[in-house]
Design a protein around this ligand. Structure first.
Ligand code: NAP
Length: 250
């Protein structure tokens, strides 16, 4: 893969799951990786940094709650001052608070919109100011297939992910003239802590809807993100790539 060596990549919510796999993959491709973690949970992030360093890569951990606008600006400033630049942003941090709509609380609606959509806006705006000046940059947003097709029990999550897809396209349009690209991936069901809570019967039912007959792995997502973040995707912007083993065929 071309074009990640020597670059600095910030991955939000990189202390575990898909974010950790993306951080490890970007580092393996030669990027120096800023591993973002939710304040107070540094140990997991330092584990990811340790894994990258023991494989010969470069990484450092940075605390910020992506729902805190000022903290996102501070984090971007810290990344640039300690690692030298910011060339790639992966907006990965996300949560679920599932429930049928009539029973969904205002708090569960707001928490998911705030983390999964507003957090993407806060980090993108902060990073874009740096990338615009450098006249280069690649942003990859982690959306979801449910942001395209909806999902019963996920009104908050599907609305946030659909919002991420709209935000991806607007970011691509606003910043293309500044040498920046922005794309999204839409994972299907991926084996992480987020899906570990699904009952076995639901998991089996899901496999029946997936042409490849299995859930995805975090590494399946990480390799596609690395491609979109790299110069190999230099003429790709505003796109949404489904990573779902053949669950949707839009
Ligand atoms: P996960 O295992 O639950 O990990 C989520 C990560 O986000 C954790 O590192 C978490 O930090 C971090 N995070 C949560 N809120 C944050 C905040 N306010 N500020 C900073 N970091 C925060 O989830 P995952 O399955 O890897 O999901 C990663 C992304 O992929 C999410 O955007 C998710 O919506 C998306 N996705 C997942 C699937 C799937 O099937 N798993 C499918 C489609 C899309 P803590 O460790 O401190 O909680």
């Amino acid at each position: 893969m071309n074009g990640l060596a020597g670059k600095v990549a910030l991955v939000t919510g990189a202390s575990r799951g898909i974010g950790a796999a993306i951080a490890v993959r970007l580092a393996a491709e030669g990027a120096t990786v800023a591993v973002n973690y939710y304040p107070g949970f540094e140990a997991d992030a330092q584990d990811v940094v340790g894994r990258i360093e023991s494989a010969g890569g470069r990484a450092a951990a940075f605390a910020a709650d992506v729902t805190d606008s000022a903290a996102c600006v501070r984090m971007v400033d810290e990344v640039v001052s300690s690692l030298g630049s910011l060339d790639v942003l992966v907006n990965n941090a996300g949560i679920t608070r599932d429930g049928l709509m009539v029973r969904m609380s205002d708090e569960d609606w707001a928490a998911v919109i705030s983390t999964n959509l507003t957090g993407v806006f806060f980090c993108t705006r902060a990073a874009a100011k740096v990338m615009m000046k450098a006249r280069t940059g690649a942003i990859v947003n982690i959306a979801s297939v449910v942001g395209i097709g909806g999902n019963a029990g996920q009104a908050n999550y599907s609305a946030a992910k659909a919002g991420v897809i709209g935000l991806t396209k607007t970011t691509a349009r606003e910043f293309a003239s500044r040498g920046m690209r922005c794309n999204a991936v839409a994972p299907g069901f991926i084996e992480t802590d987020m899906t570990a809570k699904l009952p076995e019967a639901v998991r089996e039912g899901l496999k029946g809807q997936i042409a490849m007959g299995r859930l995805g792995s975090a590494d399946d997502v990480a390799s596609c993100v690395a491609f979109l973040a790299s110069d190999d995707a230099s003429y790709v912007t505003g796109q949404v790539l489904a990573i779902d083993g053949g669950m949707t065929f839009a």
